[in-house]
Each structure stands twice: as structure tokens, then as C-alpha cells.
Design a protein around this ligand. Structure first.
Ligand code: SF4
Length: 473
């Protein structure tokens, strides 16, 4: 979960092939561990050898499922999804997994990422005369494309679909007899293969494997498809890799700190971001605090490198999540107080360094700073464990439009500092970020900082673009 500003997660996916196990229950706990990646809706589809069984609804994973609903999800394989809508609105029809029918039978699809060419896919489906069922998400388009592709088996059809897709897609898919994992050729979103007894698991992050007692085997390679069925595990490269572009924001705040991506522990990467930030932007201060939760390791890193003690200065309501109850006007004006509460005894009379992972629109950060001052902070020095975000993301993160990004509108850091009401502001450099993540820059995407997208992106698209198009179909 990000810090003060609202930069939303994409989705979490989980798949399991494990005859003899309660695959629905294991998937539930896998999704529970991936809840931070999306809190709008959740779903599980199981395959029992003959048919798929699906249950999905709006809400958090533990609001959606009960003992009774899990009871109906029988089978020896399953795929699950927890969603934040990066394309298509937040409603139950768009909850995943999506199940489509074809002459080969049913296919359930759970998708993390965003396509950048949904209109090409739409045009292809129209050319095939495929009924669109009012599809309003790119995930549904992928499912329909696979269902209508040429081929005598699902792997054959999926292989045929990959060249038509551009963008980010980490997918887990289920037929009544097969579990299929696929990662886009850029490898934008993570996807990891694990072992659970004699069964197999595929998940967005290793924290989900740890939670269900599975052992991480390896990341799926960009462009790799893994097919798991009664005959074993079959893996193949279905698309050439021209460049890699793992989303660097996974390391900054997306992923859980206890996850390991591309052999890098996310927690350690965040701590190193804080160390680099302290070297790049030192300041005389009495205490270092974090905007919880994602920024805590970076704040600890800043404190260790600078020698300034780290304390908890803001306590977060961990259950604020996504409540569907809207605050009234008076509560809304109190704003972030619903989310954070300052610890006066830590802040009173102190020069405070506040570490956060991003400033997106610049609407929430000033309120946090004002809150710290009300709690007695004498100086507030904002330190951000990422470079200024000047470009929107088209690859599965709801970053806001370019005209809404404060760093796109105000190029001078000192002017942003004044705007948010800080005594000083320092962003981590791109070099510092790459040092912290410790992966070569040509393996990573950092386009929201640089504008250097790993593929052609069309003019800014709205996440409801397919719905708007559907209305005119
Ligand atoms: S543009 Fe930014 S948020 Fe989007 S994939 Fe690239 S690094 Fe991640």
C-alpha cells in the first residue's frame, strides 16, 4: 500500500495445480497474501477435470469468500484474482477470473497488467466476428482472443494470441484440466513459479508462496508460457525478448517487502533507497519518520546512513483499506486524519525528516506536513525514495493523468517544496534508485520518471476507454 498519496496497485494473480489438495482454500490464502495489489474485487475459478467453477464478487478477499462459497469450488486446480481496476470500471462484471466458452471448452483468465493496444485487439475480434459480450476490460479481450484463436489446444491458441498483445500481461489461466501461466515479453509485472508438495503454484509475488507453504522455484521468464497438467510441467518461450522492462515501482512500493523479485529482496531494495537518499539529500534533523507502511524500510535506511534516529511518528489505521462508506463533509475536511495519526511526543519541537515513496498529485502530502506541524514539528524535511513522477503509467498502475502529476506541472523541486509546505524536499535520483534495486537499468522500466516507455504508447487513454467505446458499439 502506498504512502500518503494515492497511487494505486494493479492486481494480484494466483494459480495452483495440486490434485488431492483443497485448491480453492489454498487459493483463498494466496489471494489474501496478495490483497495489497488490489482491494476492489476478488474471484476464484477451479477446474475439476470436466468443468470450471467460478465465484467472484466486489470486496476484499475475506469479504468475498465464505466457508460455503469455498465449499462449492471443487477441483484439483484453481486460479484466483484480486483486482484494482486499471482498465474498466469497478463493478462485479469486471471482476476476475473471466470465464469464456469456446469449441475447446471453458477458459478462466486472471490478468495483472494493462494492454496498450486494446483497440487493435478489439478490431481483430470484430474481424473474426466474435461476439464481444460487451467486453469493457483488456483482460476480457485477451480471454476472447484466446477463445477464438486457431489451434487444437489451449497452449496452441495462447501461443497464437501473444503476438497480437502489446503491453503488460502476467496471466494465470485455467481450463478444467490445465493450469497455464504466461508473462509478457517485457516482463513488466512479476510472476513466480513455486512448488507445493507434488503440486505447483504460480503467483504474482513470492509472499503468496510463503503464505501457502510453497517453495519459490524461479521467476517466469519474460515471454515464457508454463503449462501444468497431468502429464507434468511444460515450459516454452512463446515470444522473443527484445528488451526487458520490469516495473521499478514494484520495488518502490507495489510489492510486499517480504517478496523477492528477480532475486532481489524488496525490503533490502527499499532500505538501500533510503541510504542513497540520505547520501544525496542530507539535512540537519532530530528524527527520521516514515509515511507508513511502504516507506518504513526506506526511512530506516535513511536513519542508518545519516545517523539520525528513526522513530514511528505517524500511526496508520491499518484497516482503512477501501471502505465503501464515504466520510461526511466534516470528516472529509479532516482528510488524512482518518488514515494517519501523529505521535506528538515524537514530533514536538523536533526537526523532522519524513520519508515517503512518492508524491503523485501533491494533494495529500501538504495535509500530512500540516498535521506534523500541528503535532509540534519545528521543521519538516520531505524525502522521497523515488525520482519525481512526471509521466503517467500505461502498464498497469493507476498513476493519474499527466496534467494531474505535480512534478509534471512544476519542474522545480524547490517550487514543489513550497507548494506542499515543506522546509525542504529531496527526491532520490534515478541513478540512486538503480543502485538500490541493484539490477541493470536495461532490465527495468522507469518510464513514469523518464518518459522512456519500453514500447509505443498511444495518446493518453482513459481506464474506461473500452466502456466508452462499447456504449457506441
Ligand atoms: S511507467 Fe512506472 S509504474 Fe508504469 S510500469 Fe513503468 S516503472 Fe512501473
Amino acid at each position: 500500500m502506498p504512502g500518503a498519496e494515492s497511487l494505486h496497485e494493479a492486481c494480484g494473480v494466483f494459480g495452483i495445480y495440486a490434485p488431492g489438495e483443497d485448491v480453492a482454500r489454498i487459493t483463498f490464502f494466496g489471494l489474501y497474501a496478495l490483497q495489497h495489489r488490489g482491494q476492489e474485487s476478488a474471484g476464484i475459478a477451479t477446474g475439476d477435470g470436466a468443468a470450471l467453477h467460478l465465484y467472484r464478487d466486489m470486496g476484499l478477499v475475506n469479504q468475498v469468500f465464505t466457508e460455503e462459497t469455498l465449499e462449492h469450488l471443487q477441483g484439483h486446480l484453481a486460479v484466483g484474482h484480486t483486482r484494482y481496476s486499471t482498465m474498466g470500471s469497478s463493478r462485479v462484471e469486471n471482476a476476475q477470473p473471466i470465464v469464456v466458452q469456446s469449441d475447446l471448452g471453458e477458459l478462466a483468465v486472471a490478468h495483472n497488467g494493462n494492454l496498450v493496444n486494446p483497440f487493435d485487439v478489439l478490431a481483430e475480434l470484430r474481424a473474426r466476428g466474435r461476439p464481444l459480450r460487451g467486453a469493457t476490460t483488456d483482460s476480457e479481450l485477451i480471454a476472447l482472443l484466446a477463445a477464438s484463436a486457431a489451434g487444437d489446444s489451449w497452449p496452441e491458441r495462447i501461443r497464437a494470441v501473444v503476438p497480437l498483445l502489446q503491453g503488460a500481461f502476467s496471466l494465470v489461466m485455467a481450463t478444467p484440466t490445465q493450469l497455464i501461466g504466461l508473462r509478457d515479453p517485457l516482463g513488466v509485472r512479476p510472476l513466480v513459479l513455486g512448488r507445493l508438495g507434488s503440486g505447483w503454484v504460480i503467483a504474482s509475488e513470492t509472499c503468496a508462496l510463503d503464505t501457502v507453504g510453497a517453495e519459490a522455484v524461479r521467476d517466469l521468464e519474460p515471454g515464457e508460457m508454463v503449462v501444468i497438467d497431468a502429464s507434468g510441467v511444460h515450459t516454452e518461450q512463446v515470444a522473443p525478448v527484445e528488451r526487458r522492462a520490469l516495473c521499478i515501482f514494484e520495488f518502490i512500493y507495489f510489492a510486499r517487502p517480504d517478496s523477492v523479485i528477480d532475486h532481489r529482496q524488496v525490503y533490502l531494495a527499499r532500505e538501500r533507497m533510503g541510504r542513497a537518499l540520505a547520501r544525496e539529500h542530507p539535512v540537519e534533523a532530530d528524527v527520521v519518520i516514515a509515511v507508513p507502511d511502504a516507506s518504513v524500510p526506506a526511512a530506516i535506511g535513511y536513519a542508518r546512513e545519516s545517523g539520525i534516529p528513526f522513530h514511528e511518528g505517524l500511526i496508520k489505521n491499518r484497516y482503512i483499506g477501501r471502505t465503501f462508506i464515504q466520510p461526511d463533509q466534516r470528516l472529509r475536511e479532516r482528510g488524512v486524519q482518518l488514515k494517519f495519526n501523529p505521535l506528538r511526543h515524537v514530533l514536538d519541537g523536533k526537526r523532522v525528516v519524513v520519508v515517503d515513496d512518492s508524491i503523485v498529485r501533491g494533494t495529500t502530502t501538504p495535509r500530512v506536513i500540516a498535521m506534523l506541524r500541528r503535532a509540534g514539528a519545528r521543521e519538516v524535511h520531505m524525502r522521497i525514495s523515488a525520482p519525481p513522477m512526471r509521466h503517467p503509467c500505461y502498464l498497469g498502475v493507476d498513476t493519474a493523468r499527466r496534467e494531474e502529476l505535480i512534478a509534471a506541472q512544476i519542474p522545480e523541486v524547490a517550487a514543489i517544496s513550497r507548494q506542499i509546505g515543506a522546509d525542504s524536499l529531496g527526491y532520490l535520483s534515478l541513478e540512486g534508485l538503480h543502485w538500490a534495486v541493484d539490477l541493470p537499468s536495461d532490465r527495468l522500466c522507469g518510464a513514469c520518471f523518464t518518459g522512456d516507455y519500453p514500447l509505443d504508447v498511444a495518446a493518453e487513454t482513459d481506464k474506461l476507454v473500452l466502456e466508452l467505446t462499447a456504449a457506441g458499439r
